[in-house]
Design a protein around this ligand. Structure first.
Ligand code: IPE
Ligand code: IPE
Ligand code: MG
Length: 246
């Protein structure tokens, strides 16, 4: 990433969504189209991650949430999972200093108990080092599944009810929200999925209740600022009603 603090300017547009979430899909197809192994697609996907973080800073997006690896992705062949872990390790080691310098606050959501110890340490370090940053809130969903997240929240709440810390009548939407891994993060305004697939694949089920969806045909490794701007333009033309009459 080459962006410097002085280059980062909030967007002039009034229509930039506060929170953009992205399902980064299509790495495998990108590689297949070039006759290359899937891992080449994942490697190229990391460059698109860098570009997207940089573009989000330039556009004045406050929250960017990236779906990097789902709970279900553990079902992939061992070699692919291990390649992805290698890329994650490399990304965290190589990019943390630059992300920190650029004022990016990193938060990880998902089940990190499934990661190797050294990756868990790198994730904790990334969060700790960038905790005070305020330019862009970058949330990376890793080993994340929304159903697992909601299940965990329910278990925690049930335990509090069992000990008497909470009563059933205390359970509200706000309370549930506070027990999700995204506690404190506003709901996504815009969700982009690349690669032409039109499904949510167990991402942010609770949080996306009133999110606007944009599906783009571009494969993730080809995603750049123009695709992000296209999605934002599309979003700007939507009429959000939240169930009310406008
Ligand atoms: C997204 O690309 C990356 C991850 C899910 C880790 P895919 O690997 O799903 O690529 P396709 O969908 O097979 O093309
Ligand atoms: C969703 O993509 C998960 C990520 C992008 C990390 P998948 O490629 O795993 O989703 P499906 O299997 O096509 O639904
Ligand atoms: Mg996919």
């Amino acid at each position: 990433m080459t962006v410097t603090s002085s280059q980062i300017q909030p967007s002039e547009s009034q229509c930039v969504p506060r929170h953009v979430a992205i399902i980064m899909d299509g790495n495998g197809r990108w590689a297949r189209g070039r006759g290359r192994p899937r891992t080449m697609g994942h490697r190229a996907g990391v460059d698109a991650v860098r570009r997207t973080i940089e573009a989000s800073c330039h556009l004045g997006i406050e929250y960017l949430t990236l779906y990097g690896f789902s709970t279900e992705n553990w079902k992939r062949p061992e070699t692919e999972v291990s390649d992805l872990m290698g890329l994650l390790r490399l990304f965290l080691k190589k990019e943390l200093a630059t992300l920190h310098k650029n004022g990016i606050k990193i938060r990880i959501i998902g089940d990190r108990t499934r990661f190797a110890d050294d990756i868990r340490d790198l994730l904790a370090k990334a969060e700790a080092q960038t905790r005070e940053n305020t330019r862009l809130n970058l949330t990376i969903a890793l080993s994340y599944g929304a159903r697992a997240e909601i299940t965990d929240a329910m278990r925690e709440i049930a335990a509090k009810v069992a000990t008497g810390e909470l009563s059933p009548s205390d359970i509200s939407e706000d309370l549930i929200e506070q027990h999700l891994s995204t506690a404190g993060i506003p709901d996504p305004d815009l969700l982009i999925r690349t690669s032409g697939e039109q499904r949510i694949s167990n991402f942010l089920l609770w949080q996306s209740a009133y999110t606007e969806f944009v599906f783009e045909d571009v494969l993730w490794p080809d995603f750049d600022r123009s695709h992000l701007e296209q999605a934002i333009d599309n979003f700007a033309g939507r009429e959000r009603r939240f169930g009310a009459v406008i």
